[in-house]
Design a protein around this ligand. Structure first.
Ligand code: FES
Ligand code: FE
Length: 412
């Protein structure tokens, strides 16, 4: 069967086939089509404040280096020496003047240009084009996205209306910028990577999977349980695989999303009012950050930034760090503790969602071939702003993810 026909058959309007989570061949095809030929999130500019700062990340199964060069520019390159392919950087992060290969000592600068080759006389080759493979890279409000594919669609076409979601996060800072300085927590999941973006914008599970959290503490999610007809909030399909749960209509006061009140963070409120005017600040303080997944591997998880890293069809790693706000650093401690409380090793949300993902993964091997995705198909509709939206508990967001996934997999 041709590849396109295979994905047409596996992803239907109201259901998807379980093999999408378990088949290693499908995983390999995803790596090619999604992680190597399309755009992915790599990191944030604030992670590299100084010239020479670098970090390493995996895009799919490939390791890359993201570095800030001496001119202040940020580039992303394959973490692979052009001589015999050794990995250049083993560290998760650091500061360097250049990158020296540990195998035979070839040296590259911070932009990936080859600077030096030891014992050159033995070579009869031209070294002019032997720099590191550099990835096409675009930065939007500090969010660094890259692709291995020089012919990938334009960045604006990839991100689509995802710009609006990133804006909503950054606009909570009086200076319009977020800062990722809290360090990353990494959690290994015995589950397929797609379960993470799916779960993160699934409004149906909140009052079941997270019931123990709701019973034991007060949180911004308390309004999203109970009577279906009265439940506030909605799920959204922003197009391009980007999806959201919008909790705004369930908030009862400003800063509910931060678990606090204006009286407790007066400096933040004042600085936001000074930066944007009272009216705009008031709306932002009420609405709060997005709870949105940017296809394929970034989650704007309210005041946390999360990366989904696929490892194999049945394993993945989730990265999480608090989203600090430039110009409002007095919130750092609160945000760090909230990130640990939601996504740390003994947190409420992560443990719930991880165990659900691992249970799903295991159960998929027990012979249930199809997963239903029909909830709310008849009642979803476009909002005034053109975004497809459904009831808080509907599967509009999940269908949005899978429709886009199918488009990419069939196009390839
Ligand atoms: Fe890097 Fe030989 S593999 S110098
Ligand atoms: Fe959850």
């Amino acid at each position: 069967m041709a590849i396109a026909d295979k994905y047409e058959a596996l992803i239907q309007t109201d259901r998807i086939h379980g093999s999408l989570y378990t088949d290693e061949k499908i995983f390999d095809e995803e790596m090619e089509a999604i992680f190597y030929r399309s755009w992915v999130f790599v990191g944030h500019a604030s992670e590299l404040p100084n010239a020479g700062d670098y970090l390493t990340r995996d895009i799919g199964r490939r390791s890359v280096i993201m570095a800030r060069d001496q001119n202040g520019g940020i580039g992303v390159m394959a973490n692979r020496c052009q001589h015999r392919g050794n990995m250049l950087c083993n560290q998760q992060r650091g500061n360097a003047r250049n990158f020296a290969c540990p195998y035979h000592g070839w040296i590259y600068d911070l932009q990936g240009n080859l600077l030096d080759v030891p014992y050159r006389q033995g070579f009869k080759r031209d070294f002019a084009n032997m720099g590191l493979e550099t990835l096409k890279t675009e930065i939007y409000r500090g969010f660094v996205f890259s692709t291995f594919n020089p012919d990938a669609v334009a960045f604006a076409d990839y991100l689509g209306r995802g710009f609006e979601l990133i804006d909503r996060a950054c606009d909570l800072s009086p200076e319009g910028e977020i800062v990722l300085e809290g360090g990353w927590m990494r959690h290994h999941f015995d589950a397929n990577w797609k379960m993470m973006p799916e779960n993160d914008t699934d409004g149906y599970h909140v009052s079941f999977t997270h019931r123990s959290m709701m019973q034991s503490l007060e949180s911004q999610y308390d309004e999203f349980a109970g009577d279906e007809a009265k439940m506030p909030g909605e799920v959204r399909d922003w197009g391009n695989g980007h999806t959201e749960i919008d909790f705004t209509s369930g908030y009862r006061r400003p800063l509910a999303w931060l678990g606090t009140t204006a009286e407790k963070v007066p400096e933040y409120v004042r600085s936001l009012e000074q930066a944007y005017g009272e009216e705009v600040a008031k709306k932002r303080l009420f609405d709060g950050p997005p709870h949105a997944a940017i296809f394929p591997n970034l989650f704007l998880g309210e005041m946390n930034i999360v990366i989904f890293q696929p490892v194999s069809a049945t394993t993945s790693i989730q990265w999480a760090t608090p989203m600090f706000l430039k110009g409002a650093r007095e919130l750092d401690f609160r945000l760090l503790r909230q990130c640990e409380g939601a996504l740390g090793p003994s947190s409420f949300l992560l443990a719930d969602d991880a165990s659900i993902a691992e249970r799903s993964q295991k159960a998929l091997l027990s012979g249930t071939p199809w997963c239903d995705l029909s909830r709310g198909l008849e009642r979803e509709k476009h909002n005034e702003d053109g975004v497809m939206a459904g009831h808080m508990t509907d599967e509009t967001s999940n269908r949005g993810f899978w429709n886009h996934y199918k488009r990419i997999m069939t196009a390839s």
